[in-house]
Design a protein around this ligand. Structure first.
Ligand code: 6CS
Ligand code: FE
Length: 307
């Protein structure tokens, strides 16, 4: 099927089995039924085999320096430009902090900014995604998270795939995210936390998805939030790893890792650019557990492969 044809086809979930039931009456966990690394050892790309094995085991792969200091400066300037642009603030792609009304995130930066579009196409980025997913890839979602200091709120524990399956209609776990630090990620300013190994269990959450859920969930997630009991048992089993790193470092993580981040009450912003690559073999169908799809700027419906 040509790339063009892929962007129009919308397969109803009637023809796609739901391997990962969620948002029903009760919380239920099932083992992962998908590979973690879909590529084979001879799939070309920048990741060494030992690192691919670590990604398979842990569900994440830190990279000390994915982009250079000079490149960080370019992307920081672009982030600052976007955040300062009144048209961007007025755009539905911008999500503000509930308290301060400062910009918290801007979505779809790979389409509204040529600077971030170039980052997505960079072989150091898309090459790693193709290697992990074992196929051509497209961007399911991109965002810049500003996480300014003095009280920016964090993101409570969740699995991204649980939302992308329930609300965006991604059938399988063949999706990988990269968070590239544009400011220093300290152990104090609300860094990413992941439970190592949690990607191998899918936790179906209790509670139906409200209509237009995204208008709230991107500020404070509710539907798709695990119970305290489930989080306690996962944390007891897997532990919690906090990711720190200099600007230019990055963390690749599997779509089903249980992760979150704390508030940032320090004076030091924790800004990153977050890109989600999905395999062209795993294109979005209808939502598996939501009344309507989320807008394209959150869950892409253009499946054109990144070239
Ligand atoms: O709902 C989503 O798609 C977004 N929410 C979070 C907290 N992480 C993944 C994604 O950016
Ligand atoms: Fe997330």
């Amino acid at each position: 099927m040509t790339a063009e044809a892929m962007t129009t086809q919308a397969v109803s979930t009637a023809t796609v089995r739901d391997l990962y039931p969620t948002r029903g009456a009760a919380e239920v966990s099932v083992p992962r039924q998908d590979p973690v690394v879909w590529g084979s050892p001879d799939t070309p790309g920048p990741i060494a085999n030992a690192d691919l094995q670590a990604f398979e085991r842990d569900g994440f792969l830190p990279v000390d320096q994915l982009i250079t200091d000079d490149e960080v400066a370019v992307y920081r300037r672009e982030l600052d430009r976007l955040v300062a642009d009144p048209a961007i603030r007025a755009d539905e792609r911008s999500i503000v902090e509930p308290q301060s009304q400062e910009i918290r995130s801007v979505f779809e930066v790979h389409r509204i900014s040529e600077v971030f579009a170039k980052l997505v196409r960079d072989e150091r980025v898309v090459g790693r995604a193709r290697q992990i997913l074992g196929s051509d890839v497209y961007v399911h979602q991109s965002r810049i998270n500003v996480k300014p200091g003095f009280g920016a709120s964090g993101f409570y524990w969740h699995s991204d795939f649980e939302t992308w399956h329930a609300e965006d209609g991604l059938p399988n776990m063949r999706t990988v995210s990269v968070s590239i630090a544009l400011t220093e990620n300290l152990d104090t300013n609300g860094g990413l936390m992941i439970m190592p190994g949690s990607h191998r269990t899918f936790l179906g959450c209790a509670g139906a998805t409200p209509k237009d859920n995204y208008k709230k969930s991107l500020q404070m997630q509710d539907a798709g939030t695990p119970s305290d009991a489930a989080l306690t048992s996962m944390a007891d089993e897997h532990g919690i790893r906090l990711f720190t790193g200099r600007a230019g470092s990055a963390t690749w993580f599997d779509c089903n890792c249980m992760h979150g981040s704390g508030d940032n009450i320090t004076p030091y912003p924790r800004s990153n650019v977050f890109i989600v690559f999905n395999s062209v073999e795993n294109t979005a169908v209808d939502p598996f557990a939501a009344p309507i799809r989320r807008p394209d700027f959150i869950g892409a419906r253009d499946f054109t492969p990144v070239r």
